[in-house]
Design a protein around this ligand. Structure first.
Ligand code: SF4
Ligand code: SF4
Length: 445
């Protein structure tokens, strides 16, 4: 047994009952240990760095302001009362709205397809109700229209316009890129309807990676999707799902690729794989990619162009959920860290002062995860402020929790949510959570 750092609560991977859990340091790494009286012990790696680093990463963490309106009451206790219930600690930075569960791919690593029996597709009135629930529950956060694959819907432009009408000014489209690569007209209609950016699955720079993660060669499709976005002047955030021994050696290549597409590419958002669906055994250390692993790989695979200290915890949610960083692309083609901007804490530039943490995160995404059209007319933007506005790259990361790594304190501070047709707002990691047999904590809408 390792040295105790702190106590929290978690869930039994078999029966999903809430049980006490301990964070311990063992051999210079941090683990989550728990024991279900009925189903036994488990111990999983949550931080591949020592306790001091884990604890330092918490410093400055602050609770947010909670929901504007709770759609549920505190009844069965967290995490069974989502939500958001009155005891949730933050409001929302990002809201996922699933507009379909259909998809034109069948990706082996997709958490949304962990339960393939889910078939629902909300009609436009149901979607209006979901937008209105978000506005009432948490206010005007960033909306991510997701799926399934949202671009299989022909009425996606109408759905985007509806979001604008309800009052959301920052709408992203989560997509595999297949349709926007093939149909530039469709992309134009999405943009004209009010989408601010494309949140593009982008797992690597070679096709062997896509064959593993998505079941087919897709690299050329990704490039075509990016080329179309550049033509249509819509910004792109590349979203790699990182899988051990599949693409964890390509983080540096992904950054170099992203640089070559600035100013169209505005950010890279790494998502280390989590284990949802039927997964009977606890993932071993070798199956986990933790936040320190990603930072270490970025420093190493960019030959020090990106540095360990460039990456900061985000305080809009529990600090162990993510990191954030902001870089300017210099005229010499190097990324220069401006990481204070990642927190939205810079005074004297724009309106950044000291907003509440979730508001700070909303501003960060709204400001940086979109393309400023004026930049495209002047590729030789000369002065510092032009580069600050246009020639930059955000690098962020969020390892989602699964039933093995679930830390209820992290969940209570969650700032990334999903809205359901039944007007529930559920933290992302609870919404997709399954036990080790693939049974969901929250049933199919
Ligand atoms: S995760 Fe948040 S909304 Fe859900 S039960 Fe816990 S505190 Fe309430
Ligand atoms: S979605 Fe999961 S990893 Fe992300 S903020 Fe919420 S609890 Fe943390």
């Amino acid at each position: 047994m390792g040295e105790l750092l702190s106590e929290t609560e978690s869930l039994c991977p078999v029966c999903l009952k809430k049980i006490p859990a301990r964070k311990v340091e063992d051999n210079g790494k941090v683990y989550l240990e728990k024991t279900c009286p009925e189903h036994g012990e488990s111990k999983v790696l949550i931080w591949r760095q020592d306790a001091r680093h884990y604890l330092d990463w918490t410093m400055g963490s602050e609770k947010g302001s909670g929901p504007l309106h709770s759609f549920t009451t505190v009844d069965k206790d967290c995490p069974y009362d989502c939500g958001l219930c009155p005891e949730h600690w933050t409001r929302a930075c990002t809201m996922v709205l699933e507009v379909t569960l259909r998809c034109d791919l069948r990706c082996p690593v997709c958490f949304a397809s962990a339960d393939e029996n889910r078939q629902y597709e909300p009609d436009i009135e149901a979607i209006r109700g979901m937008y209105e629930a978000v506005m009432e529950g948490v206010g005007a956060c960033t909306i991510q229209l997701s799926g399934g694959e949202p671009t299989v819907r022909h009425d996606l432009p109408q759905i985007i316009a509806l979001g604008r009408e309800v009052g959301f000014s920052h709408i992203l489209i989560n997509t595999n890129g297949v349709r926007i690569a093939r149909e530039p007209d469709y992309l134009r209609r999405i943009k004209d309807a009010g989408a601010n950016a494309i949140y593009l699955q982008f797992d690597g720079v070679t096709d062997d990676v896509y064959r593993y993660t998505r079941g087919r060669n897709l690299f050329n499709i990704k490039r075509q999707a990016l080329a179309n976005c550049a033509l249509e002047k819509i910004g792109v955030i590349l979203v790699p799902t990182i899988v051990p021994s599949v693409n964890d050696h390509q983080l540096g290549d992904i950054i170099q690729f992203a640089k070559s597409w600035i100013p169209t590419v505005k950010g890279v958002h790494f998502q280390p794989i989590s284990y949802l669906g039927r997964y009977p055994h606890p993932p071993g250390d070798e199956d986990r990619i933790t936040i320190p692993d990603v930072i270490r790989a970025l420093e190493c695979q960019t030959d020090g162009e990106l540095k360990w200290q460039d990456f900061l915890p985000r305080h809009a949610q529990d600090s162990h959920c993510s990191f954030s960083s902001f870089f300017i692309l210099t005229r010499k083609g190097k990324l220069q860290a401006m990481s204070n901007l990642a927190r939205g804490r810079v005074t004297g530039w724009g309106s950044y002062t000291e907003p509440p943490p979730e508001e700070s995160s909303r501003r960060f995404m709204s400001r940086h995860w979109r393309l400023n059209e004026s930049c495209c007319q002047s590729r030789d933007a000369g002065d510092f402020y032009s580069r600050l506005l246009n020639y930059y790259l955000t690098i962020t990361c969020m390892p989602f929790q699964d039933v093995w790594s679930m830390d209820i304190d992290r969940l209570r501070g969650c700032c990334g949510h999903v809205v359901t047709p039944g007007r529930q707002i559920i933290p992302f990691c609870a919404y997709y959570l399954t036990n080790s047999s693939g049974q969901r904590l929250y049933p199919v809408p």
